[in-house]
Design a protein around this ligand. Structure first.
Ligand SMILES: Nc1ncnc2c1ncn2[C@@H]1O[C@H](COP(=O)(O)OP(=O)(O)OP(=O)(O)O)[C@@H](O)[C@H]1O
Length: 554
């Protein structure tokens, strides 16, 4: 229920369009019922007039039928237009809203989620939410309003027929949807979870194709996906059964209601208390009145799925960012020396200290190399400096300003990072460089590439700057990808450099070229160089060693 209220509050952003859509929905349902009922009455009355049993002034009803037909058509068009406008506005607002909550969580709070799972939440789950207005909320308001008006109208002619219609509408519009919701809730939730899980697993499989083939594990992995699909199909089959049953039951109730209304109305006509053509009108009126509620059973069948999607979204949105932004940001530092003072960091309250009483200083424009065994806490220094995590003890300062008093964006604006895993996007070299400086001219890009020692190679490529680098830079050699990353850092021209294993995985020749490029990049920038390759330490001013989260001079 809490999720439902939150969902309703979320929808309020584009309420003008939504209200207009609902009003038009009411107009369309009422004109549709009116059109069918009046047409039934008119045909029956014309028949009786033809037999000379009735005197009929046919001009007015014929004109009314035409008017209702036009209003219904135009109304339906406008209703579709406004409800879709409302839905698309909602969709874009929801995506932006979700993204705004997602961004501060990266990377600390998102590391436990798989990429495929996040993608599933951003795409499919948000799509399910926008369904909520169109399929659930709007029909849930249109239905009772129309039902009350229709039953009151029918009561003018026959109280019994009105009562039968009311009962039928309550069964199809209330009892069946509630039943469908209860029966389909569990399978709906299971389907959403299962779909998210499958997407995440398949994304993993695609990424790890090479390893799976090398270890002959592809068949095992495929069997796991098949089991996942079986579970999904099971959940969807259960939902389909509910859909079919509620659809069939709905149709049955409609026919029974029409029959009951006729049983009530015909004696009135026989007794002369109701004109004959009104019988046809009542029958068609009752039949058409279900237009107002016919979509509800399926809407409520899907509600379980929508609520499960909402819960998955709220789970992310409610997560506390690992780093708290200051309520008022301190003035930006004017110099860029770095100091760690007795810093302690744990990734989890129960985890061992990743950094334990670390103190270090790097003067502005100077450089410090950090060596140490794997897991000793080297990368954690960079994580703190980039404000991806906050330290639990001590403080980190840039230019004498504690970075806790600066926004993460500000701090990262001062830093350029080159790591073993520096991400290149699957687009052109030009676009990858623009990431660092969107307004960079070709001349600036060429200059950065030259300083990174890769201009000749890029110029020799048939497409030059337009060369596509492939998924995570796979169309380039490891050394080339690293130098594109260095060129990007040149373009950013940040005063602080975090170099985390920048030469890892490169052969001796590539490593030398990259080290030369880095030497140029480090000039005048405060540099933290993390590495366990002695060659990479060639140009640093001093070196310290990390052991089990503690730092020692070398
Ligand atoms: N994102 C994280 N979440 C949880 N624990 C982490 C995270 N990053 C590092 N750790 C833990 O913190 C400790 C220090 O890790 P860190 O990556 O800083 O070491 P490292 O010296 O850089 O290792 P390597 O040379 O293998 O990269 C390790 O025990 C590691 O498991």
């Amino acid at each position: 229920m809490k999720d439902l209220w939150r969902l309703l509050r979320l929808l309020s952003a584009s309420w003008h369009w939504q209200v207009l859509g609902i009003l038009l929905g009411i107009v369309v349902v009422l004109t549709n019922v009116g059109l069918l009922a009046l047409s039934g009455w008119f045909i029956a009355a014309m028949g009786l007039a033809g037999l000379g049993l009735l005197h009929l002034e046919y001009f007015l009803p014929a004109a009314a039928i035409r008017a209702l037909a036009i209003i219904r058509t135009v109304g339906r068009y406008l209703e579709r237009l406004t409800t879709h406008e409302a839905t698309f506005r909602l969709l874009s607002q929801l995506r932006v809203w979700f993204y705004q909550h997602l961004e501060p969580l990266a990377p600390a709070r998102l590391q436990t989620h798989r990429a495929g799972d996040l993608l599933s939440r951003i795409r499919a789950d948000i799509d399910s939410l926008d369904n909520f207005y169109l399929r659930v909320l709007a029909p849930s308001i249109v239905a009772p309003v129309c039902a009350v008006l229709m039953v009151l109208f029918l009561a003018h002619f026959s109280a019994g027929a009105a009562l039968a219609d009311l009962l039928g509408l309550l069964l199809v519009g209330l009892a069946l949807p509630l039943m469908a919701f209860r029966l389909a809730r569990r399978p709906g939730q299971a389907a959403v979870t299962q779909r998210g899980q499958l997407r995440a697993e398949i994304a993993d499989t695609i990424r790890g194709f090479e390893e799976l083939r090398v270890f002959g594990a592809l068949a095992r992995q495929t069997a796991q996906h098949e089991a996942g699909y079986e579970a999904l199909i099971g959940a969807e089959r259960a939902q389909a059964r509910v859909e079919a049953a509620s659809g069939g039951a709905g149709l049955f109730i409609v026919q029974c209601t029409m029959l009951a209304a006729l049983v009530c109305a015909i004696p009135l006509a026989s007794a002369g208390r109701l004109p004959g053509p009104d019988i046809a009108m009542i029958a068609l009126f009752v039949l058409a009145s279900f237009d107002a509620v016919s979509g509800l059973p399926n809407a409520y069948r899907a509600l379980g799925e929508t609520l499960a999607a909402a819960r998955r979204i709220f789970e992310i949105v409610d997560a506390e960012p690992a780093v708290k932004e200051p309520s008022a940001e301190a003035p930006a530092p004017l110099r860029f020396d770095i100091a760690f003072r007795d810093v302690g960091l744990r990734y989890d309250a129960h985890a061992p200290w990743a950094l334990d009483g670390v103190s270090l200083t790097i003067p502005a424009g100077g450089s410090l190399g950090i060596v140490g065994p794997t897991g000793s806490g080297k990368t954690s220094l960079g994580n703190l400096l980039l404000r991806f995590w906050d330290c639990e003890r001590g403080e980190v300062l840039i230019g004498g300003v504690p970075i806790r008093d600066l926004n993460g964006e500000t701090v990262r604006g001062f830093c350029a990072v080159i790591a073993q895993q520096t991400h290149l996007f699957n687009t052109s070299i030009r676009e990858n460089l623009r990431l660092a400086r969107p307004d960079a001219t070709d001349a600036a890009m060429h200059d950065a590439l030259r300083r990174a020692g890769i201009l000749d190679e890029v110029s020799a490529m048939p497409d030059g700057l337009e060369t596509m680098v492939g998924e995570v830079g796979t169309q380039l050699s490891g050394g080339q990808a690293r130098r594109i990353a260095i060129a990007r850092a040149f373009l950013k021209d940040a005063p602080i450099l975090v170099l985390d294993e920048p030469t890892e995985g490169l052969d001796a020749l590539s490593e030398r070229i990259v080290i030369d490029a880095l030497a140029l990049l480090m000039q005048g920038r405060t540099t933290l160089m993390i590495t366990h390759r002695p060659q990479a330490l060639r140009d640093v001013d001093s070196v310290a060693r990390m052991e089990q989260g503690q730092i020692f001079p070398v």
